[in-house]
Design a protein around this ligand. Structure first.
Ligand code: APR
Ligand code: PHB
Length: 393
């Protein structure tokens, strides 16, 4: 058994764990990052791709935004489509000039891994049997197996950045955390296709056959989604059927959706979930480990990075002053933004998706809400400021 010590043990090398490791590195704070998947797997996983300006600024200030600045596509608006018409929401005009940047989470992760390796600080992939112990003491421990050997790290603080299915949250004793959740009867079938995006801006489409989304990754790569069942069998979705469905749901007179080779296809379930508090003793949960949002509204990555920004500041305060004031406020500070995003993503989801058997009254309400949001500057502003990310909460 190898025994080591670090200041902060970080479980999970997704955007949350990697960003936290990097922000703490900049403060001269020691961390060990443990990831149970391989580097190849983590760098190939296709996830969302809309980054709020505040998060772009965070990554840039941390020296992690170089490629993001070069390759990211700055967007000033999105479009909502319903009843056969497209309506633009001018995000930047409505939200003090703020923008969003289209840049894949996969690329953010690659950039952060490269920075970590450059820093020379430990990042272990392919670790097994990760477990956390002594969380309610001042010296919490992480145990794991790596390259055939058992290892133990003594930490000052553990950051649980291991996503929704990780081991950190379930390691908290029963009865400590309160959980709040909502399941949706929908999923998203997403594709990545080698074809120039057919629209300059994202299109969120309400359609009688179900929701569809036109998004992109680059001037040559389109990202598109169709609403499906949460347990949809991909085998029932050959490429032709995907395009046919996208054509029907996004179709508009005088506009064509260009098709191209599909290079990735997957189904994501949709769920809202929050656990409170985002802490137990010296274990702090961040990102998907603590909360999940449905993808409508693209808040998952942004929330995860907001969490670790607060956590890095709180840990730095502890290291510099010995005071736990920042850490004691961590959960409440994060949860204010988390619940705003929970509401926004739930609201976008219920406005745009069609349940299999939709009540006629509910449909009328959806259409009325869409008309309101696309015609009233007040309503559109509420959407816009949430979409680009609220600056004060
Ligand atoms: N030990 C070590 N690592 C683990 C373990 C474990 N027991 N369990 C899970 N992990 C790893 C996962 O393999 C993953 O790489 O933790 C990482 C968690 O990363 P994400 O799931 O990407 O979560 P997070 O960093 O919080 O980022 C949130 O990811 O799911 C999207 O929509 C979400 O965009 C949001 C973002
Ligand atoms: C994406 O491009 O993957 C994307 C965009 C907007 C969303 C969700 C996902 O709301």
């Amino acid at each position: 058994m190898t025994r080591t010590r670090t200041q902060v043990g970080i479980v999970g090398a997704g955007p949350a764990g990697l960003t936290l490791g990097h922000l703490l590195h900049l403060q001269g704070i020691d961390t060990v990052v443990l990831e149970d998947r391989s580097r190849e797997y983590v760098e190939a996983r296709v996830r969302a791709g809309v980054i709020e300006q505040g998060i772009v600024d965070l990554l840039t200030a941390a020296g992690a935004g170089e490629r993001l600045r070069r390759e990211g596509l700055v967007h000033h608006g999105i479009e909502l489509q319903f009843a056969g018409e497209r309506h633009r929401i001018p995000l930047s005009d409505l939200a003090d000039g703020r923008t969003i940047v289209i840049y894949g989470q996969t690329e953010v992760v690659k950039d952060l891994i490269a920075l970590r390796l450059e820093s020379g600080r430990p990042l272990h992939f392919d670790v097994d049997d990760v477990s956390v112990h002594d969380l309610d003491t001042g010296r919490p421990l992480i145990r794991y197996r790596h390259e055939g050997r058992d290892a133990e790290i003594e930490c000052d603080v553990i950051a649980g950045c291991d996503g929704f299915h990780g081991i950190c949250r379930p390691s908290v004793p029963a009865g400590v955390l309160s959980e709040f959740s909502r399941e949706y009867p929908f999923g998203w079938l997403g594709i990545l296709a080698e074809v120039a995006p057919s629209n300059d801006e994202l299109v969120y489409a309400h359609h009688e056959r179900g929701f569809a989304l036109l998004s992109l990754r680059s001037p040559e790569l389109s990202r598109l989604y169709v609403q499906c069942r949460p347990d949809e069998d991909l085998a029932e979705w050959p490429d032709d059927r995907v395009w046919e469905e996208l054509q029907l749901r996004l179709g508009l007179e005088g506009w064509t959706l260009a098709e191209g080779p599909i290079v990735e296809k997957g189904v994501t379930g949709m769920r809202s979930y929050v656990c409170e508090p985002m802490r137990y003793g010296r274990l702090f949960l961040a990102g998907d480990a603590a909360h999940i949002v449905p993808p409508t509204g693209a808040k998952g990555l942004n929330l995860a990075l907001h969490d670790v920004q607060v956590l890095a500041e709180s840990i730095t305060h502890l290291v510099e002053t010995g005071s736990t004031t920042g850490l004691d406020a961590y959960s409440d500070t994060c949860l204010r933004r988390v619940w705003r995003a929970e509401h926004f993503s739930w609201w976008m989801t219920q406005m745009l998706h069609r349940p299999e058997e939709q009540d006629a009254f509910d449909l009328k309400l959806q259409l009325s809400q869409l008309r309101y949001v696309t015609s009233s500057p007040a309503a559109a502003t509420a959407l816009a400021e949430n979409y680009v990310g609220l600056t004060s909460l």
